[in-house]
Design a protein around this ligand. Structure first.
Ligand SMILES: Nc1ncnc2c1ncn2[C@@H]1O[C@H](COP(=O)(O)OP(=O)(O)OP(=O)(O)O)[C@@H](O)[C@H]1O
Length: 316
């Protein structure tokens, strides 16, 4: 069961008293994926991640990691030691300096010298904190603290990373730095699950996305599949002349679903239900109709509007 998958859950459920925080979730994540878990407050993301991190006992259901059944007992210690879990409150020891903090965790993971120090340097370089290695943690910015927490989470070279809202509260530059680090980790072969409220962060990073609502996993698919299934094509068309002429021509094409004027420009954003071949046909029609086309370029609708169209309000 779940042999080739990095994570597989079957009917995974967590009930707190009478409240179903996670409800019959069947999650499938392939090795090497960056899987984005999105959902509003209280949707069950943290509870699901905590169960995968073996920090929370499921009420029912099964979890497999790399094909091995994971239980909260002494079984499968090798797999359990290869998990990296970054909780959303990322606790740190404020009075320690960066190096001592990481060294403390490296010792807990029983990393031996000289590998241990080599690994500390490696990880500090990756999270761009080499020059902060003697700084006291309380003096670091929020972005630095977040990167330090990530360094702690990967110090033992996990194969599976579980990151609970790692970019929340970060400014755009800190978010970008975080995304760059995640890309490096993915290239190194880690499977990564990230939860977030911010869809645009996930869209740039993830290979697959899952949506949680009221404890249910209501959507789970690769980004490619989501775009293929749900994204409408949009075309930006600019012309030298009167936009009335252009829109008159557009209305003759049955695949044109509508358009809007891009304010202050001589350009229209056209919703188009055709593919590449049909958009080439549309361009030919416009030129044959003597429209002075100055711009014609196809866009793909972004993930955010796809989810909003689906009625998932958490896209933000
Ligand atoms: N230990 C607990 N005891 C009782 N209820 C809990 C507990 N942990 C979580 N819950 C409830 O389970 C539901 C899901 O919470 P969870 O933290 O998993 O959601 P979330 O999607 O991570 O939300 P957020 O985006 O706000 O972090 C919430 O209604 C929460 O109040």
């Amino acid at each position: 069961m779940g042999q080739e998958l990095a994570i597989a859950t079957y009917g995974l459920t967590k009930r707190f008293d009478r409240y179903m925080a996670v409800n019959e979730v069947d999650l499938r994540i392939l090795p090497g994926e960056v899987y984005g878990l999105i959902g509003p407050n209280g949707a069950g993301k943290t509870t699901l991640i905590r169960m995968l991190a073996i920090a929370e006992e499921p009420t029912k259901g099964e979890i497999y990691i790399n094909g091995e059944r994971i239980l909260r007992d002494d079984s499968n210690p090798e797999i359990k030691q290869r998990l990296g879990y970054l909780p959303d409150d990322f606790p740190l020891y404020d009075d320690l300096n960066v190096w001592d903090y990481l060294d403390y965790f490296a010792r807990l993971y029983r990393l031996k010298q000289p590998y241990r120090h080599r690994r500390l340097y490696e990880v500090l370089e990756l999270v761009q904190l080499e020059n902060k290695r003697n700084s006291i943690i309380s003096s670091l910015s929020r972005g630095m603290k977040q990167r330090l927490s990530l360094a702690r989470t990967i110090i033992h070279e996990p194969i599976l990373l579980l990151l609970d809202e790692p970019v929340s509260g970060l400014d755009p530059i800190a978010r970008m730095q975080f995304r760059q680090i995640i890309k490096v980790l993915q290239e190194a072969g880690m499977t990564i699950l990230i939860s977030s409220h911010v869809l645009s962060d996930l869209a740039e990073l993830c290979t697959s996305v899952g949506i949680m609502e009221l404890g249910f996993l209501v959507e789970s698919a690769s980004l490619k599949e989501l775009y293929r299934r749900l994204s409408r094509q949009q075309i930006i068309v600019g012309s030298l002349g009167d936009l009335q002429l252009l829109s008159g021509e557009l209305s003759k094409n049955s695949l044109v679903e509508g358009w809007e004027i891009i304010a202050g420009t001589n350009r229209l954003k056209v919703n188009f239900s055709g593919g590449e071949i049909e958009s080439a046909d549309l361009l030919r029609e416009l030129i044959q109709a003597d429209i002075s086309v100055t711009e014609f370029h196809c866009l793909q609708e972004d993930l955010e509007s796809i989810f909003l169209n689906l009625g998932h309000q958490q896209a933000s």
